[in-house]
Write a protein that binds this ligand. Structure first.
Ligand SMILES: Cc1ncc(COP(=O)(O)O)c(C=O)c1O
Length: 373
């Protein structure tokens, strides 16, 4: 298997821990350990205090799998397989489901591994474009037109990285219908699920919508616990789950014991965890609304509907890579150029999951005032 470099990760390898202020992080500000532990119920606290650092159960701790199943409507703990982050889950599912002669439909832009691992596994890909002019909306007619007899999977991401777009319910229902009719499996990367700004916009999970549908989730984004490296695949297709479990024997075998317990504590306290994370994101959003209102003709954006990132466009006539590089060198503020998503539209990813976002935005604004006025 020959994988191309993960452009976003290579960019971050250069800048993520050198830049003073990240204005492009994809996750919500990580929980301090002590604050998370303070949320533990007595069973969670006991598990933490008595934890033995041996190997763990390969599919994931049963209590953790039950807590993950509790995020869905129609699944049980036996429909859950825990991975080391969503990244391992993506790697596993493409390798298990795809090979030479198979076809997959993947939205574009997308988190690179969603397409690249599928390609490297040997599949032929059709990319379905989300367009800024259409509010980054998924066009299900384009999905339908892309389907072939050998289409094994349709890969969607709701809410979406990098745009923050979220399909409306009729669009999602149509996607489910297309998958059911065609026999292609619907896989939904739901790492930002539960971070919809209007809870009424939350879509059904892929694993709930279809018997063989797949949900990919993680503790990193909506739950703000990226350092735990705990993700999962949920599906009611037990045969698929068994194949994924067998694949995992060749990647990580089992998960980190402390991370499993901390994930369990967080999921059992999920209302409080999510309330804190919504608070951060929703305090930052109005500042961004005001910022973009002040800079028409220089920056434009389609306001996200969920998650902690958006994909604005630099309208000013400066190539985005140069803009991002100048900005970080001059101000210490890091944005992510859309070119790492193979985007040619001069977009950049902006993250609003950090409490220092107001300061980063002020520096961006001063830079813009010096550069574009
Ligand atoms: C859409 C999407 N899927 C999967 C992942 C991988 O998540 P993790 O790095 O926590 O495994 C990311 C991370 O940025 C993402 O944005």
């Amino acid at each position: 298997m020959r994988l191309q470099d993960f452009a976003l990760e290579r960019f971050f390898a250069r800048w993520e821990f050198n830049a003073e202020l990240l204005l492009c992080a994809s996750d919500v500000e990580g929980w301090p350990m002590q604050e998370l532990l303070a949320l533990a119920d007595s069973d969670g606290r006991r598990r933490w205090d008595d934890l033995r650092l041996g190997y763990t159960e390969s599919p994931g701790d049963p209590a953790l799998r039950a807590a993950i199943a509790g995020l869905y409507e129609r699944v049980s703990a036996d429909d859950v397989l825990v991975f080391s982050g969503a990244e391992e889950a993506i790697f596993a599912i493409h390798n298990v489901l795809l090979g030479a002669g198979d076809h997959a439909v993947v939205v574009r832009p997308a988190y690179q591994s969603l397409a690249e691992v599928a390609r490297a596994a040997g599949a032929d890909l059709t990319r379905v474009d989300l367009r800024e002019s259409g509010g980054w909306r998924l066009d299900t007619d384009e999905v339908r037109a892309a389907l072939r007899p050998n289409t094994r999977l349709i890969l969607d991401n709701e809410p979406h990285n990098p745009t923050g777009a979220l399909s409306d319910r009729p669009t999602f229902d149509r996607l489910v219908e297309l998958a059911a009719e065609s026999g292609a499996r619907l896989i939904v990367d739901e790492v930002y699920r539960f971070l919809e700004f209007d809870p009424a916009d939350r879509l059904p999970a892929g694993a709930d919508a279809l018997e063989n549908g797949v949900s990919i989730g993680v503790m990193s984004k909506s739950f703000a616990l990226a350092g735990l490296r705990i993700g999962w695949i949920v599906t009611r297709d037990r045969e698929l789950l068994a194949r994924l479990a067998a694949f995992k024997d060749y990647t990580t075998i089992c998960n980190s014991a402390p991370a499993e317990v901390l994930s369990l504590i967080a999921l059992r306290a999920r209302d409080r965890v999510l309330a804190r994370n919504h608070g951060i994101v929703e305090a930052n959003l109005p500042l961004l609304d005001a910022f973009f209102a002040r800079w028409p003709g220089v920056f434009e954006w389609v306001r996200p509907r969920g998650g902690s990132i958006g994909f604005p466009r630099l309208v000013a006539d400066v190539p985005i890579d140069r803009f991002v590089e100048d900005l970080v060198r001059e101000t210490g503020v890091l944005l992510l150029p859309g070119t790492v998503f193979a985007d040619a539209g001069n977009h950049f990813r902006l993250g609003f999951g950090r409490t220092n976002m107001p300061e980063a935005l002020e520096r961006l604004e001063s830079y813009a005032a010096r550069t574009f006025r």
